[in-house]
Design a protein around this ligand. Sequence first.
Ligand SMILES: O=P(O)(O)OC[C@@H](O)[C@@H](O)c1c[nH]c2ccccc12
Length: 259
Amino acid sequence: MNLLAEIFARKRRELAARAPLSARVRPPGRDFTAALLQRRPEAVVNVIAEVKRRSPSGGPFPHPDLVRVAQGYEAAGACAISVLTDDVDFGGSLEDLDQVRAAVGLPVLRKDFLVASQEVEESAAMGADAVLLIADSLEDGLLREMIATAKACRVAALVEAHTSAHAERALAAGAELVGINNRDLSSLRTDTATALRVMPRLRARARGLVAESGLKTAADFAAAQAAGADAVLVGESLLRDADPGRALARLLAAGDGTK
Ligand SMILES: O=P(O)(O)OC[C@@H](O)[C@@H](O)c1c[nH]c2ccccc12
């Protein structure tokens, strides 16, 4: 038997001998959609809090221990955690996702630039409770397929768009949760008015709406909520603080009219 045939024979044996990856490693799911849609006390918006080591727009952040940051977010009242798993631009990995998820009780969003349904399946197998899909970069047929794959794998799909045209495409492709990214990923320019302008047009048709990027103050949170957001997605402004969890707690307390 030649070498290549031996390798293939071994690979087939190994595959036959092991359980499917998803069945072996996938922990019980956590409901990202429910977390995002939960009703909070008056004037306190749901926050998906993000961990990342660096970003193209923000440079490096002073928090190498993502697990500690995520635990701080949970203690402060975040509704879910977003973990950047892209390596090249954000210094992240699926290992980070795994470690963060094991350390918190909240649903975890895999934030990456996914290009194929296979990666949606792998995200589910690695324990992601939700995946980000970027509508602007995925053509209609592929977007529809990836949303359907997420549904079949029982992971939530947060479908992001930067313009109302792409948000419309997201809805037409079957998106239930739509995120409006205030940051233009091609120029990296951020304008927090973007989500405020686009979300009201989508409110009646999207099950959940998320305002993403560039949000810093309790007033930003309140404005997003008033424009129809169920949740805000926040990273950089928290990660600039020496204690990101405390920064989040402060923002949520400032927005809570009962305190
Ligand atoms: O750190 P900010 O400005 O608070 O933004 C968080 C999040 O919205 C941003 O990281 C993001 C939104 N969509 C993305 C797509 C890929 C990478 C990153 C992103």
